[in-house]
Design a protein around this ligand. Structure first.
Ligand code: 5AD
Ligand code: SF4
Length: 426
């Protein structure tokens, strides 16, 4: 979502005379769009600000800290980094032109951390969304309050955009060449948006509507919460709509009921299994990915084994996994039973080696098969082109004609952990 938000900020500022530059050293304006999810991401902001202060002393750009670190740390940022001009939270980007005006008038410590009701980016046409595969935010915020997570505090309450606004943006993206759209939301599966007749419609309904647009060939959505996966419409659309790709990112976080409860996830491991089973019934070739946190406070060896066991049971096609990172202000950061760093590292290594094994196994089933690939960018070497399979695997081929933006059949001849290699078959 930060990528999408950054692209929108660019589009917003363009009419005010700002263009994207690769010549960082001569930039008039530098915006750091930041992430607060784990300590490492959050601290990176200050090292970047330090670099800007040292390296751009002569050019003195206007410096903006945007995003979730801005929301979480507010005025503290001005105190820690003297070269920051504007701090703007993730729901106030549309005010950037006004905030920049204030800096022009020599106002100091310009800050906007408001949560607006109306969507910040409605009616701003996207300039440079990656052409063939584009993001489209349909929902923001989170009411789930998992005890480890800062998102409900930084992104605010759950909010779904109106369907006519989403549809208009989809048409704009498609008219610029998008063949694939990924619908975004912190809780995309809790999307309920009003249609033109003021009726509330679900994610499944929206996917069905978008899939009727001829030129749109692929639809994805991310990220879902197990607790929301109860709408029959969504399961059915996976079965019936070929444009919806057979892949679902469904974070489990842990396989231990005790830890899930302590995390305030509001679902059990059995419920997670039931959802997986149901998706497989409706769409047998579906691939699953997940997020996992190891070393959550109170996680015993047995709890960790439950996580390994959940992974074994589901069989994932790819996953993200993290060491628990205490976030200021969240309930988990002050509970007892914080797990030593060494134990977290060992568990992460064990989990990741199992996940890698599964990823390879998943990829292996495509060896020798012919699959549809949507080509998106040039590879590292001459004539190499990289695309995505329906299951979101990277696929590498060689081609001396330009196939970027096209969907082609590819015969897979080699399997790697992070990619499939093949030949375009005509
Ligand atoms: N520590 C580690 N990982 C976290 N995530 C969210 N908060 C934390 C935290 N405090 C992970 C979750 C989430 C993903 C986006 O980041 O797994 O699904
Ligand atoms: Fe964070 Fe939980 Fe909300 Fe996901 S559902 S954004 S992990 S609080």
């Amino acid at each position: 979502m930060n990528v999408y938000d950054s692209l929108k900020m660019e589009s917003l500022l363009n009419p005010h005379g700002f263009n994207l530059t690769l010549d960082e050293k001569n930039a008039d304006l530098i915006i750091l769009n930041t992430c607060h999810i784990r300590e490492k991401a959050s601290e990176k902001v200050y090292s970047e600000l330090g670099k800007i202060r040292l390296n751009y002393l002569a050019t003195k750009p206007t410096v903006v800290v945007a995003g979730c670190v801005a929301q979480a740390e507010g005025e503290q940022i001005f105190k820690r980094a003297k070269n920051v001009d504007i701090v703007v939270g993730p729901q106030s980007y549309h005010n950037l032109p006004k905030l920049l005006e204030k800096v022009k008038r020599n106002e100091k410590w310009v800050i906007d951390l408001n949560f607006d009701e109306k969507n910040k980016f409605d009616n701003i046409e996207m300039l440079n969304n990656p052409k063939h595969s584009s993001f489209l935010t349909i929902q923001e915020g989170c009411d789930k309050f998992c005890h480890f997570c800062c998102v409900p505090y930084t992104r605010g309450k759950e909010y779904s955009r109106k369907i006519p606004d989403i549809y208009r943006e989809a048409i704009q993206l498609i008219s610029k060449g998008a063949k694939e759209i990924t619908l975004l939301g912190q809780n995309v599966s809790s999307f309920y948006g009003y249609d033109q007749d003021n009726a509330l419609r679900s994610l499944g309904w929206l996917i069905k509507k978008l899939s009727k647009i001829n030129e749109l060939e692929r639809i994805r959505y991310i990220t879902s919460h197990p607790k929301d996966m109860i709408s029959e419409e969504l399961f059915i659309v996976h079965a019936e709509e070929a444009k919806l790709m057979p892949f679902l990112h469904l974070p489990a976080q842990s396989g231990s009921d005790k830890i899930l409860k302590s995390m305030n996830r509001n679902h059990t491991r059995d419920f997670y299994f039931q959802i997986i089973e149901k998706f497989r019934k409706y769409r047998p070739d579906i691939g699953f990915s997940s997020d996992f946190i190891v070393g959550y406070p109170g996680e015993s060896d047995k709890d960790f084994e439950d996580t390994l066991n959940l992974v074994e049971h589901v069989g994932f096609s790819q996953c993200f996994s993290f060491k628990y990172s205490p976030r200021p202000g969240t309930p988990a950061s002050i509970i007892e039973g914080q797990v030593p760093e060494q134990v977290k590292s060992e568990r992460l290594m064990t989990l990741q080696s199992l996940l890698k094994k599964q990823q390879l196994q998943f990829n292996e089933q495509f060896n020798g098969k012919t699959i549809n690939v949507m080509f998106q960018k040039p590879g590292k070497y001459k004539n190499q082109v990289i695309g995505k399979s329906p299951h979101l695997q990277s696929v590498i081929v060689e081609s001396n004609v330009d196939i970027i933006g096209e969907i082609k059949k590819v015969k897979i001849s080699k399997i790697n952990l992070n990619s499939l290699v093949g030949k375009v078959s005509n």
